[in-house]
Design a protein around this ligand. Structure first.
Ligand SMILES: [Zn+2]
Length: 509
């Protein structure tokens, strides 16, 4: 197969004009000019065209594969902590439908690899649920990293035992069962699940990673087991939501007398195979530590804004050489998982006012594109050349139509292609998608899935849920709980000092 473009982005630094990629089986065999490659391979099938941009398929290094967003389920976003209460009454589709929908949403926008970090990996159905999701992703043709994710501490909220003590008796009765669990059994089940999935599903198209849900939701013992298991499995990546909210940072200072990042380092969990999801409430020292250990982070620009987490200091991290990757986290700006929009959001959020006009607090377009390609690839543990279209790389490519980028009505030729992609491309421009050398989308139509049939199945499933009223007792208990929940989190912030922000966006005095 030949993939042809007016411009071929081999990697964020290498763009070739009037070029093509020759694909043999599932790999890029050769990159060259269109005329030379066509002459040599006159009978090969051609994807793309003279006015297309061909680029490495984008990589979402952090999502949960929930298919429908909370907004689609009628639940608006709020502070993450409030969201947990709100989300507890949402409809949840079965894992196979969620995964199929997430694959559709990603592939059609040019994302050829997704990291699904789990949300229902406990209980007797954990393995079955994981296999339902993995099966759907496999059918769709997307490249998949899958991490089962559980918590064996702070499951209800930070410092949950202390929180229960602040509640009046009737609410204490409601919350207590949710804070009583067997942490050792949760960790044991998780380790068994990981081992089983790794043995059955880890392959060149599917990587099984470790995914302890939260740095503050994982006991030291559990972290030690995960660290050792990752090392025993050829340094399998470990992906952890870390310091997403100021409350999580405050809890760590209260509990360990240091930042969660420092605590992870003491446990030997920070390493080149570890990725910290979100990483919003880092200190300067945290960033130095992350850089020194070669640890990665994922940046979920719109998600962090949606759930009022703040802005991750990615400019400062990248300045220190931290590998920062794209994560969409099911909460994108247009609620459609468009990776181009998320990259653009990352770019604008790092363009904060510098007080010295000579300093440039802005990332280059090549750096931004790297977040969604080579940087993201590094966090998932696939092939060394994953995220590029260099000879030998897995043939994962997105092909974009340039009509709206270039001819609406005119865009200067002087604009470099990385700048054009970062500032004007949309997921909707994607016409064709190739994953592992197979055409998954041709002329905007899936070759692997019947999307209309999937949509019909999803609508049929949610129809029954909408007809079912929520439990009035539960709704009342959650409403009564909310002020106590807020007071508890507010109190936690007394341990926090964030008077020196990374990004100054306005001033009060
Ligand atoms: Zn997440």
């Amino acid at each position: 197969m030949l993939i042809r473009g007016g411009w071929v982005v081999v990697d964020p630094q290498t763009i070739i004009k009037d070029a093509a990629i020759h694909v043999i089986d599932n790999r890029v065999a050769e990159v060259g000019t269109w005329s030379a490659l066509r002459e040599r391979y006159p009978d090969d099938e051609v994807v793309g065209g003279a006015t297309s941009i061909v680029m490495p398929g984008l990589i979402d290094a952090h999502s949960h594969g929930r298919g429908l967003s909370p907004i689609q389920k009628g639940v608006l976003y709020d502070y993450l902590e409030n969201a947990f209460l709100d989300w507890s009454s949402m409809v949840y589709l079965p894992n196979d439908l969620c995964a199929a929908l997430s694959a559709v949403r990603h592939l059609r926008m040019g994302c050829t690899s997704i990291h699904h970090t789990g949300w229902n990996d406990e209980g007797p159905k954990a393995l079955e649920n994981a296999h339902l999701a993995i099966g759907s992703y496999r059918t769709s043709g997307i490249r998949l990293a899958y991490s089962p994710a559980v918590r064996d501490r702070n499951r209800f909220c930070i410092d949950e035992e202390g929180f229960v003590d602040t509640l009046p008796p009737e609410l204490r009765e409601f919350v207590t069962p949710m804070t009583r669990y067997d942490a050792k059994a949760i960790a044991d089940d998780y380790m068994n699940l990981f081992e089983t999935l790794h043995a059955s599903d880890n392959s060149p198209m599917t990587r099984v990673l470790h995914g302890p849900s939260w740095a503050h939701g994982t006991t030291d013992d559990f972290f030690t087991r995960i660290r050792d298991s990752a090392a025993a499995h050829d340094n399998t990546p470990i992906h952890i939501h870390t310091l997403q909210t100021p409350h999580q940072r405050a809890w760590s200072i209260k509990t360990f007398g240091c930042s969660l990042v420092e605590h992870l380092d003491r446990l030997g969990v920070l390493g080149t195979n570890t990725t910290l999801g979100h990483a919003v409430w880092l200190s300067e020292r945290d960033i130095e530590l992350i850089a020194a250990r070669g640890t990665s982070t994922t940046h979920h620009a719109s998600c962090n804004l949606h759930v009022r987490n703040g802005i991750s200091p990615i400019w400062h991290m990248m300045k220190q050489g931290v590998n920062v990757a794209l994560g969409i986290d099911d909460k994108s700006l247009n609620d459609d998982d468009d990776p181009f929009m998320e990259l653009r959001m990352s770019a604008v959020l790092s363009r904060v006012p510098g007080f010295d006009l000579g300093e440039t607090p802005a990332l280059t377009s090549a750096q931004i594109l790297s977040m969604g390609t080579v940087n993201a690839a590094r966090t998932l543990g696939f092939d060394r050349l994953h995220g590029t279209l260099q000879p030998g790389a897995p043939a994962d490519a997105a092909i974009l139509d340039t009509a709206s980028m270039l001819h609406d009505p005119w865009t200067s030729d002087r604009l470099a292609i990385p700048d054009l992609l970062v500032w004007r491309a949309k997921g909707q421009d994607v016409t064709d998608v190739v994953v592992d050398g197979k055409i998954v989308i041709r002329n905007r139509r899936f070759t692997t899935m019947d999307v209309e049939a999937l949509y019909a199945e999803v609508r049929d499933y949610v129809k029954h849920y909408e007809a079912k009223p929520a439990s009035p007792e539960r709704t009342a208990a959650l409403a009564a709980l909310r002020p106590h929940f807020h007071a508890w989190h507010r109190k936690m912030l007394t341990y926090l000092d964030v008077s020196e922000p990374f990004y100054r966006v306005n001033g009060r005095a």
